[in-house]
Design a protein around this ligand. Structure first.
Ligand SMILES: [Zn+2]
Length: 137
């Protein structure tokens, strides 16, 4: 399987990554999950396409902070390794600044990303669901 085919496989409808990176409803992969752009992490109340409510209970998205934490650790490690590879002679303070700058720049993206990742833990893809009285998985 070529690299391009693999990418198509991952980024097609039905894959959770499709929902995450296209910012689509985790249930039908048609309606939008957010209002506005990446920097405004306002989750719609429900999907315009299938009517799925995006919040299963009050405070549902508090759990997404675990995802933010995991993303933060991933960014931290990636930047550490990148600095190590690109600037082998860098001093400790260089690492600190690169990582702080990276986290600062990426933080506004990580919050919406974490919420849609979180939602994808709990919602499963269903190809067509136009009936609002659906059976919950
Ligand atoms: Zn939907």
């Amino acid at each position: 399987m070529g690299k391009f085919e693999l990418r198509n496989q991952i980024m097609k409808k039905g894959s959770k990554l499709y929902s995450i990176f296209k910012r689509k409803c985790p249930h039908c992969h048609e309606g939008d999950f957010f209002e506005g752009n990446w920097l405004k992490a306002n989750i719609k109340e429900k999907c315009d396409h299938c009517g799925e409510k995006f919040s299963k209970e009050p405070g549902f998205y508090q759990g997404s902070y675990y995802v933010v934490y995991a993303l933060g650790v991933a960014v931290f490690v990636s930047l550490w390794v990148a600095t190590r590879v690109l600037f082998p002679l860098a001093e400790m303070m260089t690492y600190v600044w690169v990582i702080l700058a990276g986290l600062f720049i990426l933080a506004p993206l990580m919050y919406p990303l974490s919420k849609i990742i979180w939602a994808n833990f709990f919602f499963n893809y269903k190809k067509e669901k136009l009936d609002p009285k659906h059976e919950d998985a």
